[in-house]
Design a protein around this ligand. Structure first.
Ligand code: HEC
Length: 164
């Protein structure tokens, strides 16, 4: 911040209000829909406490090589209720594993709007790799590569439920 003058008292008051407002949304287990923040969030293993598949299995899609899907509480409750339209904040993380069974990246979907809007209401993210040299395959709402194949799903969610 370059603004250090007599009005900084007022400004820091506004900043504090913003920080407080921001912290309210963190109460949910919805990941950040922003590539840089999300990468750190994934590396920290924040999704590890979510309900998930019991073991690695080959993907029925193009996700390499084996996968384990995790659902946040909002998506899990929505799937369990049989809803065909998930609430805003619903999210899934898929761990991707290489041929040796080592973690090799993540695919993520987050419903950022109440309306799925033909895929635009979902944020899509895929990272191949777990280091700074990793390759971002998708990072944004309505990525055609992702939602195209996910369109036949239950509100764009393809994993069979209940999770195995
Ligand atoms: C050609 C089809 C296809 C494409 C393209 C595709 N997926 Fe998937 N995706 C699947 C299938 C099938 C599953 C169900 C689990 C499995 O077998 O891998 C899945 C599961 C997922 C899941 C777990 C939640 C769910 O919907 O089941 C996430 C998250 C995900 N994909 C993200 C992405 C992202 C991000 C992209 C774009 C980079 C993408 N997918 C592109 C087929 C696809």
């Amino acid at each position: 911040m370059t603004v250090i003058n007599k009005s900084s008292g007022v400004l820091s008051g506004i900043m504090a209000a913003l920080v407080l407002t921001g912290s309210v949304s963190i109460a949910s287990d919805t990941p950040p829909a922003n590539g840089d923040e999300l990468f750190d969030w994934l590396k920290a293993g924040n999704y590890k406490s979510w309900v998930h598949e019991s073991k690695q299995h080959p993907s029925a899609g193009p996700h390499p090589q084996a996968v384990i899907a995790y659902l946040n509480s909002i998506l899990d409750e929505s799937m369990a209720s049989g809803a065909d339209n998930h609430p805003q904040g619903a999210a899934a993380v898929k761990e991707l594993f290489d041929g040796s069974g080592n973690l090799s990246g993540w695919a993520v979907s987050i419903k950022t709007d109440a309306d799925s809007a033909a895929g635009q209401g979902w944020y899509w993210y895929e990272m191949l790799g777990t280091t700074v040299d990793s390759r971002v395959v998708a990072d944004g709402n309505g990525v055609p590569l992702c939602f195209g194949c996910h369109t036949p799903g239950n509100d764009f969610v393809l994993i069979p439920y209940p999770l195995k």
